[in-house]
Design a binder for this molecule. Structure first.
Ligand code: ATP
Ligand code: MG
Ligand code: MG
Length: 351
């Protein structure tokens, strides 16, 4: 069978490798860190830095198509890889989503709603932006933020100096605080021939800035559900996207507001492993190799719960209860905030 190259060897790369193996493909992981979670299930692992042009070229030549589990791949590495093999999802999706400013501008260009925002490079700009946008607001680094890292809340103008200092000089973006009732996400996929399939939106609850649970079905009216799926499809079509994307949304009385997009399989889509015949990982593999997409129909209600840090101690209890599907990532050292695994609690048959 063909070999799929995956940039990044974390749990997403691991679950992509499992799905690929089930479809008869081999995977080859490229990962700078030692002993990546994906390494145990992939056929090949290259341990090298994204600065290592020779290693990147060799990796590319050994695979048939390249995909990734995280969006912060350096442009210089992408240039080398793309000279040898197709990268799916493509460069435009990465360019747009690597930077929160570019991302918001792109979303607004599609006529989609975002939080009010302003680019921030100096303390003066921040003071001006807080005056215009108002407090509460959130200052975020434009690049490299995840799990709520690289963010500072501004409750009043007294917090401005500290928030600016927290960014440590990194280019940032100020976002007005969205008064949402809850958060949902759409996991959407687009195939090589342009067909789009979306999973039922899930409702997300965060704990300490990290996703804690995703529940399907989400609390949404039929109209909101349709809006969510249609706006996700517009984003994928505009980018001529190939693969799975996570689209995070705020539900407000003024409609759906797009928080951010992730050009990859997404933590809030893990429920699909036990709620659908074709889960997000298989869907992504199908898309990047040019196979037809599965329809993603949901056959069960599911509550996905992340096992973060010491939550790993809940495993014995999870194993004793029925209707729990446990997924562990094979990580040995437990650290606060570290995603160790997740459990999909199957609720009942969807009618
Ligand atoms: P992820 O791990 O999802 O990539 P992240 O670090 O990129 O997270 P965001 O998704 O930008 O961070 O923000 C994390 C959470 O903080 C959001 O899910 C939401 O609960 C809250 N949040 C972020 N931006 C806003 C906003 N403008 N208004 C209100 N709440 C917000
Ligand atoms: Mg994010
Ligand atoms: Mg987010």
């Amino acid at each position: 069978g063909a070999t799929i190259g995956i940039l990044g060897g974390g749990q997403l790369g691991r679950m992509l490798s499992v799905a690929a193996a089930r479809l008869g493909f081999q995977t080859h992981i490229f990962e700078p860190g030692a002993n990546p979670p994906a390494g145990e299930v992939a056929r090949h692992v290259t341990t090298a830095s994204y600065d290592d042009a020779e290693a990147l070229k060799t990796f590319a030549e050994q695979v048939d198509v390249i995909t990734y589990e995280f969006e912060n791949i350096p442009t210089s590495a992408l240039d080398i890889l793309e000279a040898h093999r197709p990268i799916r999802p493509g460069r435009e999706a990465l360019r747009v989503s690597q930077d929160r400013l570019t991302e918001k501008q792109f979303l607004q260009s599609l006529g989609l709603k975002t939080a009010p925002f302003a680019a921030i490079d100096t303390l003066d700009e921040l003071e001006e932006a807080v005056a215009t946008i108002g407090a509460p607001a959130i200052l975020k680094t434009r690049r490299f933020g995840y799990d709520g890292k690289g963010q500072a809340r501004i409750k009043s103008s007294e917090d401005i100096a500290q928030a600016f200092a927290d960014m440590a000089g990194a280019p940032s973006i100020l976002e007005g605080f969205v008064d949402f009732s809850h958060e949902v996400s759409v996991i959407a996929a687009r195939g090589l021939t342009g067909d789009v399939a979306c999973y039922d939106p899930g409702e997300n609850v965060h704990r300490d800035g990290i996703l804690h649970t995703t529940t399907v079905p989400a609390k949404l009216s039929a109209g909101q559900r349709m809006d969510a799926v249609l706006l996700a499809a517009r984003i994928l079509n505009e980018l001529q996207y190939v693969g799975v994307m996570g689209v995070e949304l705020f539900v407000t009385s003024q409609g759906l507001i797009v928080n951010e997009i992730a050009p990859r399989v997404h933590n809030s889509g893990h429920w699909t492993q036990n709620g659908c015949a074709v889960d997000q990982f298989e869907q992504h593999i199908r898309a990047v190799v040019g196979w037809p997409l599965g329809d993603g129909q949901r056959h069960n209600d599911v509550v996905m719960e992340n096992l973060i840090g010491d939550d790993i101690n809940h495993v014995p209890q999870i194993l004793r209860e029925s209707n729990n599907a446990l997924h562990l990532y094979g990580k040995n050292d437990v650290k606060p905030g570290r995603k160790m695994g997740h459990v999909n609690r199957i609720q009942k048959s969807a009618s």
